[in-house]
Design a protein. Structure first.
Length: 685
């Protein structure tokens, strides 16, 4: 049973603290009045997204170390913060320093500090991700390094910094998956003391998925900037090293951004990484967390709905699982015949759970919009909101309404929820809610139905959501709020789709039934009314996509009636594929309203045979008469009474004369050129 989801969608972000600082602060706060406790921790947040740069994964939240201060060996720093409703905790401990330090300082003075890429011209990370611009303009501080540089030329020893990072994420207390990224934030180079040459490097292990390269930057200046990646421990450990001689790079050196992920992280099951920084000067490592959010895009009065999920990288995997080296590019200092790691092919958003056909894609923020299309054209999958190709017509005064929602479920039971603003008051309420539960690993259609409604004519909005969590529990709608909190709560995986549509005027007739069925290659539409007032006619419209409609026929209405009336119309030439039908019910004063939509699918090759019953001749209407080889008329004893064969290089004739055939019931056997056969029952009068 899924736990209930209550969500406070934002909260203050405390700064990085050592454990001793936190204990002292909590002890101090314990003595304060309750009114003062409310402001505790209301300081700078600890994860930010870059606003500039060439990096492709704009959903990455880089840890912000700008307020961390100086951390000594043996200390522990931790931080808990919220990113779009997901609670994230990061802990850094087991800090130690080895090797050399610059002249005038000792290892005892060495500290872990924040690092802002761009201060050194060889830094390349700030060209990919920055705030304010690359180089000195950058204010994004996603990295940490040692305070003092090493003294390799003087001592023959590199500066070595070690620490352990643990991270986990929860949504409303429930474990969720977490993706972790690291990159070389400061340019690495090879240093010599006159005897030996050593590469600077950043190294990390993982207890999650094997490391893969998420993104890379290859410096166009070429030969001096090549990076080497060393993999071992079945690719659970990776080292980013210089792999080149020192150089000067006006656009920054090469950068490798490595990625790993761990499922269902929690305090007892965190993603864990042991990190080592080695520098002749200093090494710096940027740390980030990848979180993708799909937002709603209806007007702001409806609230910002969010679905949290993790995207998956495409490609960028190491060549094998043994210990080996790979390079970002060939040539330069890369040895002849060396492996060049395949670049990532980009970010792949999950296939399931989703609504409609197109994949969900991440949105940088809620894009409130009057037409509920604020994020449709953006992101990796333009028009990801495609579940409703055609929104069923809704008329003012209707008492029921249904929407069919195509879905693709994940490996567990999924939950589809929906809201329609029937009274057009600018919010979704609990009385406007409907839901459906769908089985795992299925592609299908779910029907949401509302009863006891009283729609108001005019422009309104629909919200549809799918998730792995059962958010429909009424207890998730917090008391005392006018809107239904379930429509804005953050959900794990899935997506949210918002739509606008118009509630139509009241029907000029009371339509009690409207059906569409396939008969002998034709589409037979039937409908009934129990009341008509000043009605003029029914115009039959057809569409293939639910957007462009064409009138294909017209049936006169009774005009004035208070009794049951039945009507029919036959589309003798349906198109190949799915045919959508609706009635345009027009009044004497030219006002009109639309019925609901009905659907029939026809094989593109399927031939329509009409009229049926037939008196003299019947016609074949098909998209490809040239694909018909033979037509036989067979009586109920199995005897062939008529045969028509296709003439060479001609299309099959569209008309067959049955004038001389006795009245009765016959089977028309249609044989196609590929030997497929279709049999249609026909009545001869």
């Amino acid at each position: 049973m899924k736990e209930k989801l209550y969500l406070q969608k934002s909260r203050p972000f405390p700064s990085w603290q050592t454990v001793s600082q936190k204990a002292a602060r909590l002890a101090c706060c314990a003595m304060l009045p309750a009114s003062l406790l409310l402001s505790y921790g209301n300081v700078q947040g600890q994860a930010v997204r870059a606003t500039g740069g060439t990096g492709a994964n704009r959903s990455t939240w880089w840890l912000d170390f700008s307020s961390m201060g100086e951390i000594a060996a043996g200390a522990t720093v931790d931080q808990s913060f919220t990113v779009n409703g997901v609670d994230i905790t990061v802990l850094i401990d087991q800090i130690s320093f080895e090797g050399s330090v610059e002249t005038g300082h000792t290892l005892a003075e060495q500290r872990l500090i924040a690092y802002t890429p761009g201060g050194w011209q060889g830094d390349g990370f700030d060209n990919m991700y920055n705030i304010g611009g690359p180089n000195a303009a950058n204010t994004l501080t996603p990295a940490i390094s040692s305070k003092y540089t090493g003294d390799y030329p003087g001592t023959g020893l590199m500066s070595i910094t070690r620490f352990r990072l643990r991270a986990y994420a929860t949504l409303n207390g429930l474990p969720v998956d977490l993706a972790f990224l690291f990159a070389n934030a400061e340019d690495d180079y090879s240093s010599t003391n006159g005897v030996t040459t050593e590469d600077e490097y950043e190294q990390a292990s993982t207890n999650g998925s094997p490391w893969r390269i998420s993104e890379r930057k290859v410096d166009a200046e070429g030969t001096l900037a090549y990076k080497k990646l060393t993999f071992w421990d079945n690719n659970q450990s990776v080292r980013i090293s210089a792999g080149a001689t020192p150089g000067q790079y006006t656009n920054g050196g090469n950068v490798a951004i490595m990625a790993t992920r761990k499922e269902a992280t929690s305090a007892v099951n965190p993603l864990e990484s042991n990190i080592v920084l080695v520098g002749a000067g200093r090494g710096a490592i940027a740390l980030g967390i990848a979180i993708s959010i799909d937002h709603g895009d209806a007007p702001s009065s409806y609230g910002d709905a969010e679905n949290f999920y993790l995207a998956t990288g495409q490609g960028g995997n190491p060549a094998n699982t043994t210990i080996h080296d790979e390079y970002l590019s060939e040539g330069g200092s890369a040895p002849a015949g060396s492996i060049v790691i395949a670049p990532s092919a980009g970010i792949l958003d999950p296939l399931t759970p989703r609504l409609g056909t197109n994949r969900t894609d991440p949105d940088p923020a809620g894009a409130f919009s009057v037409e509920a299309d604020g994020d449709n054209a953006a992101g990796r999958a333009p028009n990801d909101e495609d579940a409703l190709a055609a929104i069923p017509t809704l008329n003012a005064g209707s008492s029921t309404y249904s929407i069919t929602v195509p879905y693709h479920s994940s490996t567990v039971t999924n939950y589809i929820t929906g809201w329609v603003d029937f009274n057009r008051d600018g919010i979704f309420t609990a009385s406007e809610f409907a839901s459906a539960t769908v089985p795992p690993n299925t592609d299908g259609d779910a029907t949401l139905t509302w009863t006891g409604i009283n729609p108001v004519e005019g422009k309104s909005y629909i919200r549809l959501r799918i998730s792995e969590y059962s958010s429909g529990d009424p207890a998730n709608d917090l008391p005392g709020t006018p809107s239904d909190d379930r429509c804005t709560m953050v959900l794990n995986y899935g997506e949210t789709e918002d739509y606008t549509f118009s509630i139509q005027p009241p029907l000029p007739v009371t339509l009690t039934a409207f059906t569409a069925k396939a008969e002998s290659g034709t589409a037979v539409l039937s409908w009934s009314t129990t009341a008509e007032a000043n009605s003029a006619y029914f115009e039959i419209e057809r569409s293939l996509n639910g957007k462009q409609w064409s009138a294909i026929g017209r049936v006169d209405a009774t005009g004035e009636s208070s009794v049951l009336k039945h009507y029919t119309f036959t589309d003798i030439s349906p198109l190949g594929g799915e045919n959508l039908y609706r009635l345009k019910m027009t009044d004497q004063d030219a006002t009109y309203a639309y019925s609901g939509i009905r659907s029939i699918r026809f094989d593109k090759r399927e031939a329509a045979l009409y009229p049926n019953p037939v008196t003299n001749k019947f016609r074949l209407n098909a998209d490809n008469l040239h694909a018909i080889r033979q037509v036989q008329l067979i009586d109920l004893t199995g005897r062939e009474v008529l045969r028509q064969d296709r003439q060479v290089q001609n299309d099959f004739p569209s008309e067959i004369d049955l004038t001389a055939i006795p009245a009765g019931i016959y089977l028309v056997r249609i044989t196609h050129t590929d030997d497929t056969v279709r049999v249609v029952r026909i009545v001869k009068r």
